[in-house]
Design a protein around this ligand. Structure first.
Ligand code: KG4
Ligand code: ZN
Length: 344
């Protein structure tokens, strides 16, 4: 049995988790959403400061909720080494290094997106773990929109990515234009649930192009042009329609390209991960496509879609078991197919 204490601080969530052989014993997330909401986006300098204040209490809470009262029970430390905001990452990495040094335990650096890859493969008292079989991963978060062919642990081929905004970023920017709050994804998801997606026709960026890349900046501009021409929606129903139509433009493209990736790579298993994987319309559309077209699909439970440390712990357990664990090297920007992550 390997007990891992994992820390995540790449963006605006300070998180710690205790994970034992891929099973989550505790997961604590302290969000900074309230700090950044009035700016309509994450302010890096503020994020670093708030991580510094939160990281020790969050670790202590994760240890206590897991019932681990002796530091000596921790077999290894894991931390997100990147990609992310450098000042934010630095807080988690420094604390993890300090703990590893004091406890004389190994420290494993984990790529943030590899953590997301492991989010459906994490078990807890309410969730069954999906196996880490070869699959296509649709990674949709605030900073990334990627299709990755996952052959095995440390064998990742990037098939396509966004040429401009990430899907989550498009939700956040749309919500900002509509003045409905931050982060935009959950708000638009909620408002869209009562709207008519066919009420407005928004562009499906690059959907007809024969590649696996994405573009959401045209969609963002289309919303801006719509608002300039027609003004802000005047009724709750009109706002709901606008949200539903905007959301369906994103969902359509994600589903179309994910299915194309499955065909190209000849895989029959799709994992949808990252903050946007919490979107109800996306989950419904993916499951519908899976039933109609006959492929397997896995999505993480909602609590593991957004940033958390349990997924970092699960990836660390897998790397430790496979002898592929490495000491962290701070990485503000590193792709999943970087040689550092690849298995020999
Ligand atoms: O993975 P994540 O927590 O952080 C990053 O690694 O970026 O993803 C955050 C993103 C935000 O852009 C947020 O608006 C989006 O995930 N998001 C959603 C939903 N919940 C969070 N987007 C659409 N629908 C949701 N329900
Ligand atoms: Zn993330």
């Amino acid at each position: 049995m390997t007990l891992v204490l994992a820390i995540e601080s790449s963006c605006d969530e300070t998180a710690a988790a205790v994970v034992e052989d891929g099973h989550c014993r505790s997961s604590v997330i302290r969000s900074q959403v309230d700090v950044h909401a009035r700016f309509g986006g994450v302010v890096p300098e503020l994020a670093s400061r708030y991580h510094l204040g939160a990281v020790v209490p969050v670790i202590e809470e994760a240890m206590s909720r897991a019932g681990v009262d002796q530091w000596s029970q921790v077999d290894a430390l894991a931390v997100t080494e990147g990609p992310g905001l450098i000042g934010a990452l630095l807080v988690g990495v420094q604390v993890a290094q300090g703990l590893a040094l004091a406890l004389g335990r190994p420290l494993v650096g984990i790529h943030h997106m590899e953590g997301h890859l492991f989010s459906p493969c994490l078990s807890d008292e309410h969730a069954r773990a999906e196996p880490f079989l070869p699959h296509i991963a649709l990674l949709v978060s605030g900073g990334h929109t990627e299709l990755v062919d996952v052959q095995a642990l440390g064998r990742y081929t990037l098939l396509g990515s966004t040429r401009d905004d990430a899907a989550g970023e498009a939700f956040d920017k749309a919500a900002k234009m509509l003045g409905i709050g931050y982060p935009g994804g959950p708000v638009i998801d909620r408002l869209a649930s009562t709207g008519n997606a066919l009420a407005y026709a928004f562009p499906r960026g690059m959907v007809d192009q024969d590649n696996l890349d994405f573009s959401f900046s045209g969609l963002k501009t289309a919303l801006l042009v719509h608002l300039e021409r027609h003004g802000q929606p005047e009724t709750a129903a009109a706002l709901a329609d606008l949200c539903a139509a905007f959301q369906s433009a994103i969902v359509d493209v994600l589903v179309t390209k994910a299915f194309r990736a499955l065909q190209r790579a000849r895989r029959n298993r799709l994992h949808v991960v990252g903050g946007v994987a919490a979107n109800r319309a996306l989950r419904a559309a993916i499951h519908k496509a899976a039933t109609e077209r006959g492929f397997d699909v896995a999505t993480p439970p909602l609590r593991y879609c957004g940033d958390n440390a349990a997924m970092i712990g699960a990836a660390a357990c897998a790397r430790l078991a496979a002898g592929l664990a490495q000491f962290p090297s701070l990485q503000a920007s590193i792709s999943l197919d970087d040689p550092r992550l690849q298995a020999p």
